[in-house]
Design a protein around this ligand. Structure first.
Ligand SMILES: *Cc1c(COP(=O)(O)O)cnc(C)c1O
Length: 227
């Protein structure tokens, strides 16, 4: 379990780095931190909550359900960032996540919209982009991202698209990672006139680079929850 001292230290270190990185972009560039709690317990989330972190994310519907139920009495903002299996769509809808970052295909959009309609609900989502074209990663290919985004806006009204999400290239080469972030930001800029507000990119190993490339939402797990 993470101690209060460790939670304070981890969050302070992260905030200090994020603050410096965002100020290098602009005084007006605000970055939201989502604590990814997938490898941690509800007690760990509570420890981070108590030192000030308010937004958390999970990558499995079942884990989101367990942690959000356990921590029901806290005003935590929950995000979903993982691959959504079709048979878990209804469960996710019932959990009312603040934002679903991983809408990764037109096919999933169609299925999600149908189930939202049946429940007379909406869900705020980000379109996931496979910006480094990796077979191991989900998301739409960069060259079809804008048309897919427009297609979802037009045809699936119960999905409220709020922007894009991408995972940086899996590489030791900073230039390759940067290229994947730059490409995502370029797509985000094209979508801003259509209402895109969140460019979710950057994790523990690359959030400073992601912010330099224009990210305004980072998803940080291991460095925030480390013991
Ligand atoms: C696990 C995960 C993160 C956080 O990764 P860390 O490297 O632990 O910071 C961010 N985004 C997604 C989609 C994840 O699955």
């Amino acid at each position: 379990m993470i101690t209060k001292e460790q939670a304070t230290k981890n969050l302070d270190t992260l905030i200090t780095k994020v603050e410096a990185a965002r100020l290098r972009v602009s005084h007006h560039h605000i970055v939201k931190i989502i604590g990814i709690s997938k490898y941690s317990t509800s007690e760990d989330v509570q420890a981070l909550y108590e030192v000030g972190q308010r937004a958390f994310g999970e990558n499995k519907v079942q884990d989101l359900k367990e942690k959000s139920t356990t921590l029901d009495s806290y005003p935590i903002e929950w995000h979903f960032v993982g691959r959504l299996q079709k048979n878990k769509i209804n469960n996710l809808i019932d959990l009312n996540p603040m934002l679903m970052h991983s809408l990764d295909s037109l096919d999933l959009a169609q299925e999600l919209d149908k189930k939202l309609k049946a429940k007379k609900k909406t869900m705020s989502c980000l379109l996931q982009i496979n910006s480094a074209r990796e077979d191991s990663k989900a998301g739409v290919m960069p060259e079809v991202a804008v048309e897919t985004y427009k297609n979802i806006l037009e045809n699936y009204p119960n999905i409220k698209l709020k922007g894009v999400m991408s995972i940086g290239a899996h590489s030791e080469d900073r230039n390759e990672i940067k290229a994947s972030f730059d490409l995502t930001k370029k797509i985000y800029d094209e979508l801003e006139p259509l209402g895109a507000r969140y460019c979710s990119m950057g994790m523990s190993s690359d959030f400073e680079l992601a912010i330099a490339c224009g990210s305004n939402m980072i998803r940080v797990g291991s460095s925030l929850f480390k013991n």
